[in-house]
Design a protein around this ligand. Structure first.
Ligand code: HEC
Length: 151
């Protein structure tokens, strides 16, 4: 019991230090580069991180597979596309950021956790990189959901 507590302590401390930043909502002001909340620099930074850490599963252009609703023989779902054609646009930024941080394994999924690997700004850049594939209709719908999630 004691061992477990000690092991958890660094995680708790990290969470305590990083939460104020993560709780700060990203302003949804239109950036002059993109007309969206993010800048081109964020997309570029995120694309580089995405290529190294995510593309192996989600595809270089985040398109993964259009068969993302079909489970494999073990009952697992494939990595879904993040390019606006699947489900990711249902989630506000803080949920997307949480998925990157925690992965899905703990919830019975397949995505590994990236806990502590990216700071909040890098997670935002990762999100910007795959949102840059979303068409305006998907993006605008997401903005409405993001705003509603903050009310
Ligand atoms: C080993 C394969 C793998 C890697 C690497 C991976 N993912 Fe995933 N990802 C998945 C799978 C599979 C899911 C579906 C949920 C699950 O099974 O955990 C998922 C789900 C997601 C979701 C939720 C999508 C939705 O529709 O709700 C997001 C966002 C996401 N991943 C982003 C990322 C990012 C960003 C990276 C890189 C930092 C990454 N993933 C790396 C396999 C992976």
């Amino acid at each position: 019991m004691k061992k477990t507590t000690l092991w958890l302590l660094p995680l708790v401390l990290v969470a305590a230090c990083s939460s104020p930043t993560e709780d700060t909502d990203v302003p949804l002001v239109k950036n002059s580069d993109t007309g969206r909340w993010y800048s081109n620099a964020q997309v570029d930074e995120g694309a580089a991180l995405f290529a190294t850490n995510c593309a192996g599963c989600h595809g270089v252009d985040a398109s993964s597979t259009d068969q993302w609703k079909k489970t494999d023989i073990n009952g697992n779902y494939p990595p879904p596309p993040l390019n606006g054609t699947a489900h990711a646009w249902h989630h506000p930024i803080n949920v997307l950021s949480q998925v990157i941080e925690e992965g899905g394994i703990a919830m019975g999924g397949q995505m590994p956790s990236f806990s502590g690997q990216f700071d909040y700004q890098q997670k935002l850049s990762l999100i910007a990189s795959f949102q840059s594939y979303w068409n305006d209709k998907v993006y605008d719908t997401w903005v409405l959901r993001e705003k509603a999630s903050r009310e």
